[in-house]
Design a protein around this ligand. Structure first.
Ligand SMILES: Nc1ncnc2c1ncn2[C@@H]1O[C@H](COP(=O)(O)OP(=O)(O)OP(=O)(O)O)[C@@H](O)[C@H]1O
Ligand SMILES: [Mg+2]
Length: 352
């Protein structure tokens, strides 16, 4: 099932049944190969000018999803359509052109910036790689890009180590913008920054979106940041989407017990959510991507779990316009039930 974008002209990015499996080496005393199901059938769309937030606990497959869109990892199955073209089937020059439209900003700029290159060369490198500008035009464009992200001209000759974390992240953004993309995967793009610097970089991303009509896939473990920047939010659990809705709706009234439990870890002002949410954030271990639980992957940790959840995998279905939920018992939360033992249909399942 696909979580569709909202525009009538069709989405900018359309991901269907994306699967990314890795070879996970078995422990030495075991035989044979094992498969890590990092992403196991994920579908979503993103419109032009829209931000889709992607949240979920560590290891659930957020970065792998983003990396598959960028073709940094090879999908095992599924399709990715970007600007109406099949990204996964495209090769050669066409791929290079399509790739220009899809850029990334990662968490740690140190990882992505060559420490020996000057800032002007880092920002200008994509212009060379894609043959977009030479000589004086390139020099002018580099300074324009730096100005656009709030970096003063006198930083052009510095090395990455001579910049602050926030400045380095601005360099990463300028570099992504150099090729004039329409879509940027922001993978924990502000997670390493201090809160005040985070706010500045988030404001910059928002301004760039307004000025340039950019779309973002905004990946983060920080629910309050995601809420702040996203039009819609998709919640991922163990390689699959658990729920997706507009940011406002999802945070105000989650229907999936996993969404509710991760909100328990984030501050929520809404008294209604406050009343329904569990005292503790989700407890127990995240499931192994090599041996995911049967049925609903969340069932071993879910206070609402019943027999059906152990055997029957819930599909992601549109339970209300624009709201997609993969839970057999979503109505329990819709109708105001909590996930505490007193209000749940049965006592919490013990996490083994
Ligand atoms: N190259 C790889 N080879 C084998 N397993 C991998 C590889 N990349 C990721 N994985 C596994 O896939 C799963 C999903 O990883 P991923 O990095 O996508 O999670 P994530 O949601 O981004 O987590 P985090 O919040 O910690 O960044 C994890 O179990 C991870 O160990
Ligand atoms: Mg990640």
């Amino acid at each position: 099932m696909t979580v569709p974008a909202r525009s009538a002209e069709g989405p900018l990015l359309d991901v269907r049944d994306l699967v990314v499996h890795f070879d996970a080496r078995a422990a030495m005393f075991r035989r044979g190969r094992q498969t890590a199901r990092a992403v196991d059938g994920v579908s979503f769309s993103v419109d032009a000018g829209e931000t889709l937030g992607l949240v979920g606990e560590s290891g659930c497959g957020k970065s792998t999803t983003g990396r598959a869109l960028l073709k940094l990892v090879k999908p095992t199955a599924g399709s990715v359509s970007f600007q109406g073209e099949d990204l996964l089937a495209t090769r050669g020059r066409d791929l290079k052109r399509l790739r220009r439209g899809l850029q990334a900003v990662f968490q740690d700029p140190y990882d992505s910036l060559n420490p020996r290159m000057r800032i002007r060369d880092i920002v200008g490198e994509p212009l060379i790689i894609h043959g977009l500008a030479t000589g004086a035009t390139r020099r002018r464009q580099i300074l324009e890009l730096m100005e656009r992200v709030g970096l003063s001209e006198d930083l052009a000759n510095r090395l990455p180590a001579e910049l602050s974390g926030g400045q380095r992240q601005r360099v990463g953004i300028a570099r992504a913008l150099a090729v004039n993309p329409s879509f940027i995967v922001c993978d924990e793009a502000v997670s390493a920054l201090d809160v005040s610097v985070q706010a500045q970089v988030l404001n910059l991303l928002r301004r760039l979106q307004q000025d340039l009509g950019l779309s973002y896939l905004f990946i983060s473990h920080d629910l309050s940041v995601v809420r702040h920047v996203s039009d819609r939010v998709a919640v991922m659990y163990a390689g699959k989407l658990a729920e997706s809705a507009s940011s406002e709706v999802l945070y105000a009234r989650p229907y999936h017990p996993y969404t509710l439990s991760i909100l328990a870890a984030a501050p929520v002002a809404d008294p209604d959510v406050e009343r329904r949410r569990p005292d503790e954030p989700v407890t127990g271990e995240a499931p192994s991507p090599v041996h995911p639980p049967s049925g609903c992957r969340f069932h071993p940790r879910c206070p609402l779990a019943q027999d059906r959840c152990r055997t029957e995998e819930p599909e992601l279905v549109e339970v209300e316009p624009g709201r997609w939920t993969a839970c057999h018992f979503w109505r329990t939360l819709k109708d105001g039930g909590g996930t505490t033992p007193a209000s749940a249909p049965r006592a919490p399942v013990k996490v083994s």
